[in-house]
Design a protein around this ligand. Structure first.
Ligand code: ADP
Length: 160
């Protein structure tokens, strides 16, 4: 059986924290699908196609890592893709309550799909896409916190 995990998120934009989680997934699974959640109620900085593009570039050298987008229920997407696991990153206690709620709801909807939590390296525990956007828009240097292509895209948005 192929061990396949879905790593869902907004990835608006992808950061080195996300990258750290994907790196940790790779020895555990045969396939990892990084999946952009299309959420019409959110107002992202980057369009779905921009996010797919930046993820494809970020993971271009990673074997067995795919990039996709989905709308609607994550568990339906996971089932359609024959994935056994959903991977989420846990940075701090503040992530826990929402993540526990989501994991238990997903288990109720699809009892055979397990949610697995991975902790990033300490240097990324404070990192979020929102803080990156805030700092980059204000002209701060985020080059050590995001993949190189993402820094360029953020600079373009900041100069608009
Ligand atoms: P969402 O809107 O689903 O929270 P994000 O793109 O913010 O989407 O996050 C996707 C997943 O990656 C979540 O599980 C989140 O906790 C995790 N994540 C985000 N930033 C980091 C980080 N710096 N370190 C580890 N995990 C992270």
């Amino acid at each position: 059986m192929t061990r396949h995990a879905i790593y869902p998120g907004s990835f608006d934009p992808v950061t080195n924290g996300h990258l750290d989680i994907v790196r940790r997934c790779r020895p555990l699974f045969d396939r990892v699908t990084v999946a952009v959640a299309v959420n019409p109620s959110k107002h992202p900085m980057f369009s779905v196609s921009e996010r797919l593009q930046m993820l494809s570039e970020t993971f271009a050298e990673f074997d067995h890592v795919e990039v996709a987008s989905f709308s609607g229920l994550l568990v339906n997407f996971a089932r359609d893709r024959q994935a056994q696991a959903i991977v989420r990153g846990l940075r701090a206690v503040s992530d826990f309550e929402y993540e526990l709620q989501m994991a238990l709801m997903n288990r109720r909807l699809a009892g055979t799909i397990e949610t697995i939590f991975l902790m990033p390296s300490e240097e990324y525990t404070y990192l979020s896409s929102s803080i990156i956007k805030g700092v980059a828009l204000a002209g701060g240097d985020v080059s050590s916190l995001v993949p190189p292509g993402v820094e360029t895209l953020l600079k373009k948005k900041a100069h608009r």
